[in-house]
Design a protein around this ligand. Structure first.
Ligand SMILES: CC(C)(COP(=O)(O)OP(=O)(O)OC[C@H]1O[C@@H](n2cnc3c(N)ncnc32)[C@H](O)[C@@H]1OP(=O)(O)O)[C@@H](O)C(=O)NCCC(=O)NCCS
Length: 264
């Protein structure tokens, strides 16, 4: 092979260079670990951590991650993401499209606020800003502090077990508690608006050192389980095109009264 074609081969091999997966005929390794050793030795949360962080977590870290993943799995058809996935199935789409439809509804306001909350917590600690001052600034701008409040629950039932788990993890030395202290200070400053699931999971992700976009990514992984379950259940229902409202209820019309077309 001449040097030009060697360079071409190297360029082709480097095109999708990855530090994650090392695949060859008969061999599958992730970050150096062989799949045949991982199967049976690690839990799914440990596997997720290995894939996105590059190494295996301690048992305490894996347990905390697992609790956040369990917490966000589903919120019933009241959750826009779940309702949209079910609607997609009723329109004849298969499970993969239904899950993608639900995932595409997760953003800054619904399901994705963990990313913004994580950014906020990292910033709050890095700049040593006073949580009271931060909340006052948000209130003055009539802005919503990400990770707090819930349109449905007066107090999100996922908040307490996650925060208790974080407190226990501080006690056993798994995490430092720095970000937990900040998010609890934010919550006190916002009272009576409590932390929601995104705020509680972001607190744990900050303690575990996850990059902010991964907070949203982990929520997507968790919620995909609920999306799959609901999409599958809907697929057993023969109703075709199940719209956002029962047929007997019409959306309120707020436009002009019926009127004739103007004559030309
Ligand atoms: C989730 C959310 C949309 C719920 O909103 P809602 O139930 O419609 O709450 P309202 O807009 O009626 O708010 C009620 C009051 O609490 C305040 N409030 C609610 N959540 C707040 C927040 N996160 N930060 C600051 N103030 C908040 C509102 O400003 C409002 O105050 P006012 O009565 O003085 O006007 C809202 O809390 C929010 O956007 N939170 C941040 C995004 C987030 O964490 N999303 C994930 C939800 S699981």
């Amino acid at each position: 092979m001449n040097s030009a074609s060697e360079a071409g081969m190297t360029a082709a091999a480097d095109w999708w260079a990855t530090g994650i997966s090392d695949i060859a005929p008969g061999s599958i390794r992730f970050h150096g670990y062989a799949i045949e050793e991982l199967i049976g030795a690690v839990t799914f949360p440990q596997m997720i951590w290995l894939m996105v962080r590059g190494d295996l977590p301690s048992p305490g870290q894996a347990r905390l991650l697992e609790q956040t993943l369990v917490a966000a799995v589903d919120h019933g058809p009241q959750a826009p993401s779940i309702a949209a996935a079910r609607m997609a199935v009723s329109c004849g789409l298969p499970l993969n499209n239904a899950i993608a439809t639900g995932v595409n509804l997760l953003g800054d306001v619904h399901g994705g606020a963990g990313q913004q909350c994580l950014e906020l917590l990292y910033d709050l600690v890095a700049t040593e800003q006073d949580p009271q001052a931060l909340v006052a600034d948000y209130k003055a701008r009539k802005a919503y502090v990400p990770g707090f409040g819930h349109r449905f629950h007066p107090r999100d039932p996922r908040r307490d077990p996650l925060i208790t788990a974080a407190q226990q993890a501080v006690a056993d030395g798994t995490i430092s508690g720095t970000y937990l202290k900040s998010s609890l200070a934010l919550e006190s400053a916002l009272a009576p608006i409590p932390m929601n699931v995104d705020g509680a999971t972001a607190t744990i992700y900050a303690e575990l050192g996850f990059a902010p976009p991964l907070a949203r990514g982990l929520f997507v992984l968790s919620r995909s389980v609920g999306l799959l379950a609901h999409a599958h259940e809907q697929s057993q229902d023969p109703t075709r095109i199940k719209g956002p409202l029962p047929k007997s209820i019409l959306p309120t019309y707020t436009g002009p009264r019926p009127r004739p077309l103007p004559s030309s």
